[in-house]
Design a protein around this ligand. Structure first.
Ligand code: ADP
Length: 502
């Protein structure tokens, strides 16, 4: 035993330290690291492959927007204010770090942004570039042209030329020259920086992964351990439902409810067994006692023997009814009982049950009243035999719990579009505190519900309730001690107007 324990502990320790690749902690850490790798990879790729072309595209778009702005300025103004135009030109040149040159078509007058930016580095051969651009513009015959001049070591230059036109003014030629700084130094600086960023993000990613996975896995592990305790049949566990993660909180709440339901159902089961065995024992004791009496006392006395045998037969019937009811209820509760879904003339079904009891009118002075709907025949969808069983249970209760006034009515009425069926007696009534528990003889109310009449199995209302619930019916009871009870249920029905109404 001891060695087994030690083995188990060893196993546990081993599993704590070995990596479970399916665990949340492992997966989360892996996901974080994978994310960092992908992110860094994308950054490296971007730097290696697209930084240079991105830079060139950005400068190109700068020159393009310079041209557009100046073209608009030249074309738009009513009176061309030369000073304002030059100021705008200078602003654009300074802001975008480009060189701008404008000349009249005859080449006689020109404006130039004097500085060539990019750290004051002057590009040699501006005149040469301008000349080349001028010729290209003239040759193309269009309004715009551009090209890139490569100066080798010193870098590249983007040249863009355009013809600007405006109403009532002479067309001019615009040249924009933008230097492309060589990117190699920049790339190598960035590479160094990116290396450290990569290292940093790996460490950060791993740290975050550990922190997150711990804070996520810890409550789940806690829940798992408690659920294990629950599985051993100890329902006294409480899952922490105050956690900050909504999902964990909801899981804990659901498990708390499960634990509560399990505890309740175990208790109900215990109650059920206790009640059933008690109820089985009573008739068995009677049968045994009367059988002994026949053996020892009344064996030769025919009259007494018959009387005693009568009790035995009665008790056997009760026993068999009880067993039948228990089987019925367990079947219906476990969902293994088939319920038909057919159209049922429920008034007719109830009337036929009531007719069985008519014999009691002469025998015991009962009065039975049947009050169907006045002008319609209600048709419900359901199982006729089961619905008859409901009426039978309610009517037999009304009979059994009647006292001096033996008046019983089965009434049908309309209740907000549904059909209401009531079984009304003027019998002993039910105490208010028992009104709810009587429907659950072998459940919650089993302790408080007292069997006031020996011939019942104590399951009649539980069975009626189960059948009614399976038919989607609402049910209830109104009662006053000493005055009588109304057991009712409402059910969905189709109403067929009776044809013999004139
Ligand atoms: P049983 O009648 O066999 O005890 P039921 O499930 O049919 O079992 O009824 C449960 C309890 O409800 C009864 O024991 C009785 O106390 C009470 N009860 C049922 N119907 C009536 C009624 N019509 N009048 C008074 N009490 C009733």
């Amino acid at each position: 035993m001891k060695t087994e324990d030690a083995e188990e502990r060893k196993e546990k320790k081993k599993s704590e330290f070995s990596t479970d690749i399916k665990s949340l902690r492992f997966r989360l850490t892996a996901a974080f690291i994978a994310f960092a790798i992908v992110l860094m990879g994308v950054l490296w790729l971007m730097q290696v492959f697209s930084l240079k072309s991105y830079y060139q595209r950005a400068i190109e778009s700068k020159t393009q927007s310079g041209i557009t702005r100046l073209r608009t300025a030249y074309a738009a103004s009513e009176e061309l204010d030369a000073d304002a135009f030059t100021d705008a030109l200078m602003d654009i040149a300074r802001d975008s770090d480009i060189y701008i040159y404008i000349e009249s078509e005859n080449g006689l007058s020109a404006i130039s942004s004097t500085e060539l930016m990019s750290g004051g580095r002057v590009i040699n051969g501006i005149a040469f570039l301008l000349d080349q651009a001028r010729q290209q513009l003239l040759a193309s015959g269009g309004s715009e042209t551009s090209f890139v001049q490569d100066f080798g070591e010193t870098g590249k230059v983007i040249i863009r030329a355009a013809k600007l036109e405006g109403e009532n003014r002479e067309p001019v030629r615009l040249f924009i020259i933008a230097p492309l700084t060589p990117m190699d130094t920049t790339v190598s600086i960035l590479t160094g920086l990116l290396f450290w960023v990569t290292i940093f993000s790996f460490i950060l990613g791993a740290l975050l992964a550990v922190v997150f996975s711990k804070s996520l896995a810890a409550p789940i592990t806690d829940i798992k351990n408690k659920a294990k305790v629950l599985a051993t049949g100890n329902y006294n566990v409480h899952f922490d439902d105050e956690h900050s993660y909504t999902e964990v909180r909801e899981l804990a709440r659901t498990l708390n409810e499960t634990a509560y339901e399990l505890e309740r159902s175990t208790e109900l089961q215990k109650d059920l067994v206790a009640n059933v065995s008690h109820d089985l024992r009573t008739p068995l004791t009677m049968i045994k006692s009367y059988a002994e009496m026949i053996r020892d006392i009344s064996g030769d006395n025919k009259e007494k023997r018959d009387q005693h045998l009568g009790v035995i037969i009665e008790e056997t019937d009760r026993l068999s009814n009880l067993v039948g009811d228990i089987l019925f209820i367990s079947k219906i509760q476990s969902g293994t009982m088939e319920m038909k879904r057919e159209p049922v003339d429920i008034q007719k079904a109830a009337e036929s049950v009531l007719s069985v009891y008519k014999v009691l009118e002469d025998q015991d002075g009962f009065r039975f009243h049947f009050e169907p709907l006045a002008y319609e025949t209600p048709i419900v969808t359901g199982d006729e035999a089961r619905l008859q069983q409901v009426f039978s249970n309610l009517i037999s209760n009304a009979v059994r719990y009647s006292a001096d006034v033996k008046d019983i009515t089965v009434r049908f009425s309309l209740d907000g579009g549904r059909l209401k069926c009531s079984v009304i007696d003027k019998g002993i009534g039910i105490a208010p505190e028992d009104l709810e528990s009587i429907w659950n003889r072998y459940q919650r109310a089993s302790k408080s519900a007292t069997r006031s009449h020996a011939s019942g199995t104590g399951l009649g209302l539980s069975i009626a309730k189960e059948i009614l619930e399976r038919h989607g019916a609402d049910y209830g009871v109104e009662s006053e001690v000493g005055k009588g009870s109304i057991f009712w249920f409402t059910i969905k029905a189709k109403f067929i107007v009776d044809s013999n109404i004139t």
